[in-house]
Write a protein that binds this ligand. Sequence first.
Ligand SMILES: Nc1ncnc2c1ncn2[C@@H]1O[C@H](COP(=O)(O)OP(=O)(O)OP(=O)(O)O)[C@@H](O)[C@H]1O
Ligand SMILES: [Mg+2]
Length: 223
Amino acid sequence: MIELSGIDKFYADGAEQKHVLKNICMTVSEGDFISVCGTSGCGKTTLLNILGLLDTFDSGEYIFDGQSMADLKEKEMTVFRNSHIGFVFQDFMLIQKETVFFNVALPLYFSKKAPEDLAMRVRDALEDVGLEDLQYKKVSTLSGGQKQRVAIARAIVNQPRLILADEPTGALDAKSTEQMLRLFERLNQRDRTAFVIVTHDPAVADFCKIHYDMIDGQLCLRP
Ligand SMILES: Nc1ncnc2c1ncn2[C@@H]1O[C@H](COP(=O)(O)OP(=O)(O)OP(=O)(O)O)[C@@H](O)[C@H]1O
Ligand SMILES: [Mg+2]
């Protein structure tokens, strides 16, 4: 599905250029369960943003389904992202003043699904994360773990082929973590959904089948 080769990314750091990703090579195939570990600031979120077509890179090649992502226009990139990729962001990125339902439905509004189908899909996703009773609550009134589960429901609602998750269990207790992993496993087995999960949580890393370590912007496949 995805082939990254020789990806470099620089950020401006005052007058200097900070080399945040160095010659990244990575393959993501249908059904892969991938973990990425590494210390704070080593570039994990930057890598997910590039994989998810939310950020650009400075050199190297990104091929998705045989197509070079460097050639896509902004609008084509958005369509690609909305139809294939789901995100669980590190800081959730939920709209606090809106309801749980609204937040989970957001990816469906962007992909222009019929409203009846929309309500059903949102309900299914909320059931999957055990939040069906909270759908009309404002996100700002939820706990951290509940917000994290809203973010997970939003990532799966559009049945993406790839889910990118940045510390998806950071705010979850052991039981909710276990439920999330079972949910991911179900999607993985049913739809061959691929996962790339940035995590410090041993329970999550153990669950993954392919492991990468990121060290100061370099990505190494663990043997
Ligand atoms: N928009 C930006 N502009 C400038 N520098 C940035 C930007 N985003 C990230 N950086 C820098 O790039 C480096 C990598 O950041 P990144 O967020 O990818 O780290 P991370 O591995 O996800 O860390 P954490 O585990 O703390 O979330 C850091 O040094 C960070 O300060
Ligand atoms: Mg990060």
